[in-house]
Design a protein around this ligand. Structure first.
Ligand code: NAD
Length: 260
């Protein structure tokens, strides 16, 4: 149980982040949301959490591409929740293009949000975790934190960087009650990922089943989506009892992708 624990989940207005926030709240944690979205979508996300938390969570609108906003988000969370015991660095964006044409501004944005925000957030929460002698930093990396794919240079570089940062943080803080781990999912069923199936089917002139199996999940031997719930369960596990020795790991949740 996470009763008495507090958690900030970045990028939790949709997808994986919202799923993690919901499960941590269900387990008893007080959570704070962050991320972009239309006011009605953010309101819906808050209601979704309130169902299990008993009250609406606070939402921080911090833009994580800006280091000062990452730091302000942590200060905001400490004010609202009293502490940050669990930080889930989940916010992330994607852009695809061959290296030779990759736009510099897309590179900068992906590195800022997917990599640098993890550093700034981690740095900001560590003193408080140290003072309380307990902390969990969970970085949502990707199978692309461990292996590459074409046209994803910034994303793959950022996610490999996140896995590296996870190791260094874990080593430095190994004697403090603070752990730092990465989760490396393959393709996860989220609204944004699902629309790609239809797009591929149209482009290739194949059925949606074939688009999913042979194109989108070409590298995922399980030939099925990873579910948001599976990622959330692993994050919850990392916060649970008897997990003090689990640190510095990059755990795959990818249907066999990086094993093949
Ligand atoms: P998503 O687009 O549904 O959610 C991303 C979240 O990040 C949203 O809440 C969005 O508002 C927020 N966000 C984006 N830019 C932000 C910024 N500058 N500041 C603050 N918040 C910002 O995506 P998702 O699929 O749920 O992905 C979540 C994480 O999981 C990402 O780090 C992604 O790389 C990783 N991941 C996703 C998959 C997948 O197949 N969906 C696979 C592996 C890893």
């Amino acid at each position: 149980t996470l009763t008495g624990r507090t958690a900030v989940i970045t990028g939790s207005t949709s997808g994986i982040g919202l799923g993690i926030a919901r499960l941590l709240a269900e387990a008893g944690a007080k959570v704070m949301l962050n991320g972009f979205g239309k006011p009605e979508d953010i309101a819906a996300a808050k209601r979704h959490i309130a169902e299990v938390m008993g009250e609406e969570p606070h939402h921080s609108a911090a833009d994580l591409s800006k280091p000062e906003e990452v730091r302000a988000m942590v200060t905001e969370a400490q004010g609202v929740l009293g502490s940050v015991d669990i930080l889930v660095n989940n916010a992330g964006i994607q852009f695809t293009s061959p290296v030779a044409d990759f736009p510099e501004e897309k590179w900068n944005a992906i590195i800022a949000i997917n990599l640098s925000a993890v550093f700034h957030g981690t740095k900001a929460v560590l003193p408080g975790m140290k003072a309380r002698g307990w902390g969990r930093i969970i970085n949502i990396a990707s199978a692309h934190g461990l292996v590459g794919s074409p046209e994803k240079v910034a994303y793959v570089a950022a996610k490999h960087g996140v896995v590296g940062m996870t190791k260094v943080t874990a080593i430095e803080w190994a004697q403090t009650g603070i752990t730092c781990n990465a989760i490396c999912p393959g393709f996860v069923r989220t609204p944004l990922a699902e629309v790609q199936v239809g797009a591929i089917a149209k482009e290739k002139g194949v059925s949606e089943d074939v688009a999913l199996r042979d194109y989108l999940l070409a590298k995922q031997p399980s030939k099925r989506w990873v579910e948001v719930e599976e990622v959330a369960r692993m994050a919850l596990y990392m916060c649970g009892p008897d997990t003090g020795s689990l640190t510095g790991a990059a755990l795959s949740l990818d249907g066999g992708w990086v094993a093949s």
